[in-house]
Design a protein around this ligand. Structure first.
Ligand SMILES: [Zn+2]
Length: 374
């Protein structure tokens, strides 16, 4: 179901008119160069339907004909390719302290970026005015603003991905209930998708490192701690689209109070460790929590990102790897690979742009709250 924000601005959505068109466009994107015959075989659609859809995609400029190949016993087949520059998306990483905006092509490759040294202030409306200015600034880099597919905004949760409404974001009470998606869509006149920064990070990880496995957790450690969960190649969001609140698992019943109102959350314990200048202790705690996650989901691949990780990346990674593997009862059988995020710059903003592209390729949220990761 489309978000209100997406519905409100839907009239501007370019050209992919139905499910089958999006399916075919996605096959062209994944195929690199693909013939109409292969499209029919892979989609299950009739040759006539493929012809009609491809004609429309070519007319819209999304697909181009790219040479011919011979086929055994038949006439040569024309190959079709996606034109990556036919449309663009904008990805916004709206963080607590700063904002990064990227413009990407249809393959989520970054074309240009802007950085704003201000993030989510106590005034959501003023913050969004600044975001809108930065988005307009990157759009000046493409000649025709009507080629914008949409805008993806990644920010700290909790939030409702389907409505684009923020909930009680820790430390930012003025944003509770703020309809970020709808407000941004109003300012920009474009479809807007809102998601947690951790989910955008996980999507960005699969984009920048295509050999990332289909099951992994992206653990983000910045001012907060969260997880982007990719299961079976799809982002898992959960019933209320709020899965991955990794930092608020209680690991010490008598621990210090957390900003969420509970006691002894991982996030509160890590903050205490960092405040006393002990990042290894923080990484050790994250390792304990990661073992819980592995017990629960049986994933074998953890990707670490975020400023606290990057401040001492190797040391942090080693401590998490050692701790998690020591806590699993059968470490040889249950071995967990812990690695660092692939692209340290603009991963989250690029992942947010991929979210905006998803409707074009029919890879957006399904009823189970899961998105294909890339
Ligand atoms: Zn908490």
């Amino acid at each position: 179901m489309p978000s209100p924000a997406r519905r409100a601005a839907g009239a501007n959505l370019p050209q992919v008119r139905d499910h089958n068109s999006a399916l075919v466009l996605d096959l062209v994107r994944r195929g690199g160069a693909i013939s109409r015959v292969e499209l029919a075989a892979q989609s299950g659609l009739t040759a006539q339907a493929i012809t009609k859809i491809v004609n429309r995609l070519v007319a819209d400029g999304l697909v181009t004909e790219a040479g011919r190949i011979g086929s055994t016993g038949g006439k040569p087949r024309t190959l079709l390719r996606l034109d990556p520059t036919a449309r663009y998306a904008v990805g916004v990483h709206l963080d607590r302290d700063d904002t990064t905006v990227v413009l990407t092509d249809l393959t989520a490759q970054k074309v240009t970026r802007r950085h704003v040294p201000q993030g989510m202030t106590a005034d959501p409306s003023a913050t969004l005015d600044r975001v809108a200015d930065a988005v307009r600034a990157v759009l000046t880099d493409i000649a025709d603003a009507s080629r914008l597919v949409g805008v993806g905004i990644a920010c700290p949760g909790p939030l409702d991905h389907t409505t684009g409404v923020l909930h009680r974001v820790t430390g930012l009470p003025d944003w509770d209930g703020f309809p970020l998606g709808a407000e941004a869509a109003d300012r920009l006149g474009a479809p807007v998708t809102v998601d947690k920064d951790t989910n955008a990070a996980a999507i960005g990880q699969t984009l920048s490192s295509p050999d990332t496995p289909v099951n992994f957790a992206y653990l983000y450690h910045g001012q907060g701690i969260g997880a982007g969960l990719v299961l079976g190649g799809r982002v898992y969001r959960g019933r209320r689209t709020n899965a991955g609140e990794f930092g608020h698992q209680v690991i010490d019943l008598n621990g210090p109070p957390c900003r969420c109102g509970n006691r002894g959350c991982l996030e509160a314990l890590c903050r205490a460790a960092l405040d006393t200048g002990n990042p290894v202790r923080a990484a050790h705690l994250v390792g304990i929590a990661t073992a819980n996650l592995v017990h629960l989901l049986d994933i074998d691949h953890i990707v670490l990102g975020g400023p606290v990780v990057l401040a001492a990346a190797e040391q942090y990674m080693q401590e998490v790897a050692t701790t998690v593997n020591a806590l699993l009862p059968e470490p040889d059988w249950q071995r967990v690979i812990v690695g660092l995020a692939a692209d340290r710059a603009d991963t989250i903003a690029t992942g947010a742009a991929a979210l905006a592209l998803a409707p074009l390729f029919n890879t957006s949220t399904s009823d189970d709250g899961a998105d294909r990761a890339a």
